[in-house]
Design a protein around this ligand. Structure first.
Ligand SMILES: Nc1nc2c(ncn2[C@@H]2O[C@H](COP(=O)(O)OP(=O)(O)OP(=O)(O)O)[C@@H](O)[C@H]2O)c(=O)[nH]1
Ligand SMILES: [Mg+2]
Ligand SMILES: [Zn+2]
Length: 295
């Protein structure tokens, strides 16, 4: 490739100022961002120039078709761009946090990205009584839950997941130790991402994957593996985003006396009535309140 000639590529990993891009012929190259900007996100389609033998400079980012965020009080963190669906992976060991999954649903809905939930490690059958109501609850929210056992039943898992992942770009997210990289390795044999036993003593994953990485899958698909994290911050959401992302609230907003009801202390609130009548899960309402009170 001659110098000064523009070419397009995909950002497949970012590490501070070192980024890895993949060209359309599947070769990879190190790239730095023009002007030392730190605005590249895994999944970005970029326009580059060759700067030296095996180095590229990212000149610009093509418009993103989708972008998933999480945030904390200080800043918003993009997780990945140009993805078609988010797959949240959870398991009963180490322990999962329903609030993490609820937040992931809100973040995806707000970003207009379809979400599916993968319950992994189904081989822990003794956890069934505890997990079954939660799965039923997710299904009641209208969310597809897929149940697999990537280690103990790999063939079946691959058979179930392939039709769900093909023709799409899927971002795997979830708390540490749930089996994201195990699932990735199963579907993409060449990926060879590191996996590691979770800590039984702490009942927590060991943060094995340390950075987000894009892997091509089949002819026209990709799977993006990401590091597990515990806190899914949603400081970037508005009250409308929160309401829209919670079907049991959104379906009932007509029942409130005031059209601008925030379902907190307002009189004649249909949502609070539904909570009192046992039609809305009080834990979901507490979750709603906590998010809205932070705004
Ligand atoms: N019993 C059982 N163990 C599993 C299953 N899937 C994955 N594991 C194990 O769970 C542990 C964690 O798996 P990883 O794939 O490293 O988890 P991860 O979600 O990528 O974790 P982070 O990279 O830290 O976010 C590994 O020891 C896996 O072998 C399963 O279906 N059943
Ligand atoms: Mg991992
Ligand atoms: Zn209300």
């Amino acid at each position: 490739m001659s110098q000064n000639k523009n070419f397009q590529a995909r950002v497949i990993a970012t590490h501070g100022h070192h980024n890895l891009i993949q060209l359309d012929d599947a070769s990879t190259m190190e790239a730095r961002r023009r002007g030392k900007k730190k605005d590249l996100v895994v999944g970005d389609r970029v326009v580059c120039q060759l700067s030296s033998d095996h180095q590229a400079v990212v000149e610009s980012i093509l418009p993103r078709e989708s972008l998933l965020f999480r945030s904390d009080e200080i800043r918003t963190k993009p997780l990945a761009s140009n993805i078609d669906q988010v797959a949240v992976v959870f398991a009963t060991r180490p322990t999962y946090n329903p609030v993490f999954i609820w937040k992931a649903i809100l973040a995806s809905e707000t970003a207009n990205i379809p979400i599916i939930i993968i319950r992994n490690k189904c081989d822990f059958t003794e956890d069934e009584p505890e997990v079954r109501p939660f799965i039923q609850h997710l299904q009641n929210l209208g969310i597809e839950v897929i149940e697999v056992s990537a280690v103990n039943n790999p063939q079946e898992t691959e058979k179930i997941l392939q039709p769900i992942f093909e023709h799409k770009v899927t971002l795997l997210i979830g708390q540490s130790g749930m089996g994201k990289s195990t699932i990735l390795n199963l579907l993409i044999k060449e990926a060879k991402q590191r996996t590691q036993e979770y800590s039984v003593a702490l009942n927590l994953g060991k943060q094995t994957t340390t950075s987000t990485h894009w892997f091509d899958y089949l002819e026209d698909s990709a799977i993006v593996d990401s590091p597990g994290f515990q806190e899914f911050g949603l400081a970037h959401l508005t009250i409308n985003d929160i309401m829209r992302g919670m079907p049991e609230i959104y379906q009932r907003v007509e029942e409130c006396r005031f059209t601008n009801c925030r379902h907190l202390e307002e009189p004649g609130c249909g949502i609070k009535k539904a909570v009192e009548d046992g039609e809305i899960d009080p834990r979901r309402y507490a979750f709603y309140r906590e998010l809205v009170e932070k705004i």
